[in-house]
Design a protein around this ligand. Structure first.
Ligand code: HEM
Length: 187
């Protein structure tokens, strides 16, 4: 009798554990792998975004054009230019070139600058005027470099004046013959 009770009580947990283990095993084999949800990587902001999008680019271009107007090295080129149209094209060009949602509808750089005779020095002056504005608007130096590199790819279409030939090095003056040592006067 006592043995029967022990059997009854000790048999249950064992049987239950055994069947649970089986259940567990089958459950493991059949369950799909748990889906681990990972957040999609946040894309790095484009140069367009880092420049402050269209508003930021427009502010820089407005200031840049003021710099050009006051720059004796290059302002003569822009005497007949319709400034609002020039600004609009420049903003769209920078916007499109830096990953923004704009379309450049102006002429090609080669066609626009073809007969202007822009020199290396003129180009460097315009870049300097732009850099002044980028600094004024606190554009990070690596973003400035990135933008100037993009614009730099257009240089060969813009600079058309032949590089000035360096003045030939002056020939060294011929060594003057030393005056003959004066003979000591005969006594
Ligand atoms: C990376 C440098 C430069 C860029 C990105 C650039 C870009 C442009 C753009 C987008 C236009 C407007 C195009 C159009 O009207 O269809 C333009 C026009 C013009 N650019 Fe440049 N440019 C650069 C350098 C220069 C330089 C160095 C000069 C002279 C020193 C210059 C002189 C002009 C002038 C005078 C116009 C107006 C042409 C007109 O009135 O029809 N540009 N440029």
């Amino acid at each position: 009798m006592i043995r029967g009770i022990v059997m009854r009580f000790s048999g249950w947990p064992l049987a239950a554990a055994f069947s649970l283990t089986l259940l567990g095993l089958t459950a493991c084999a059949e369950d799909p792998k748990p889906v681990v949800q990972t957040a999609a990587p946040i894309p790095a902001p484009s140069l367009y975004q880092r420049l402050g999008e269209k508003a930021g680019i427009t502010a820089v271009v407005d200031d840049f054009v003021v710099n050009i107007a006051g720059d004796q090295r290059v302002n003569r080129f822009f005497k007949k230019t319709k400034i609002p149209t020039f600004k609009m094209h420049l903003v769209n060009q920078i916007c499109a070139g830096t990953g923004g949602p704009c379309q450049y509808t102006g002429r090609s750089m080669k066609v626009v600058h073809k007969s202007m005779g822009v020199s290396e020095a003129n180009f460097a002056a315009v870049v300097e005027d732009l850099q002044k504005s980028l600094n004024k608007f606190k554009v990070a130096s690596q973003d400035q470099t990135e933008l100037l590199n993009i614009l730099g790819t257009m240089k060969s279409d813009i600079v058309t004046a032949p590089a000035k030939a360096k003045p030939a090095a002056k020939p060294a003056p011929a060594a003057k013959p030393k005056p003959a040592a004066a003979k000591p006067a005969a006594r």
